[in-house]
Unconditional design. Structure first.
Lengths: 121, 121
């Protein structure tokens, strides 16, 4: 079971498709972990998997390293702001708004037109 | 503003927004990082691979927070890693070969599932 769950979580994570949800559902539903424990475990699992994936993706020429310093520096500042905001704001409303944003993005990605596709390439 | 500056600014914006989401919700950074990286001019496969690297750096800072809070359980994670490494290798091969349009559609479906879970919680 560990092998199978690890495999699918690793597969999805390495493709930048998330992967967290596989791990978090497994740990909370089947292993009776708390949400916080499961999030921590998912985070810890992701680090070595991402490291291996980054090595392999770089060899395939798929990672644009020029964008990383700007994105990562802004991201770390953003994460601090997010943590601070999370403590100050009503999270359930935020979560609903975020879900709506994901839903719209998901529908746009699913039903993207051929025009957008050729423009992105 | 020249092209390079715009690209850097957009990359920093992608990083900042995914950082804020990760800080607020503990996950979801990747879900916004991928479409925002596409807007900086990267093709979908490269956006996915580059998002893995971006989320890796954000996850390191998040993992430090979990570690200090005592929410990292390495014993839970080690048995999952062997399967995870196999998954990452396969995922890296798949990402190299997958069609950009198909990748976007798969990503869209996963985002809609994630949004559904958040809305129903």
């Amino acid at each position: 079971m560990n092998l199978l769950i690890g495999f699918f979580a690793g597969l999805i994570a390495s493709m930048g498709l998330g992967g967290g949800f596989v791990m978090i559902i497994y740990l909370t539903v089947f292993r009776q972990c708390t949400q916080l424990e499961a999030q921590g475990a998912n985070l810890l699992f992701f680090l070595p998997i991402a490291l291996l994936s980054m090595f392999l993706h770089t060899r395939s020429g798929l990672i644009d390293w020029r964008r990383i310093p700007f994105a990562a520096a802004a991201g770390i500042v953003g994460a601090l702001i997010g943590t601070f905001l999370g403590a100050a704001l009503d999270e359930s409303l935020l979560q609903k708004l975020f879900a709506a944003l994901l839903l719209i993005t998901g529908l746009r990605e699913l039903f993207h037109g051929r025009k957008a596709e050729s423009a992105a390439q | 503003m020249n092209e390079k500056k715009t690209e850097r600014l957009k990359s920093a914006f992608a990083g900042a927004v995914s950082g804020i989401m990760n800080g607020l919700f503990g996950s979801g950074g990747g879900a916004v990082a991928v479409p925002l990286l596409e807007r900086t001019g990267l093709e979908p496969r490269k956006s996915h691979a580059t998002s893995v690297a971006l989320i890796f750096f954000l996850s390191i800072s998040a993992a430090i927070g979990y570690f200090l809070g005592g929410n990292l359980n390495a014993g839970l994670v080690f048995p999952l890693l062997p399967g995870g490494f196999f998954g990452a290798v396969l995922g890296s091969i798949l990402l190299k070969k997958i069609d950009n349009g198909l990748l976007r559609r798969i990503f869209g479906v996963l985002l809609i599932i994630a949004a559904g879970r958040m809305l129903l919680k």
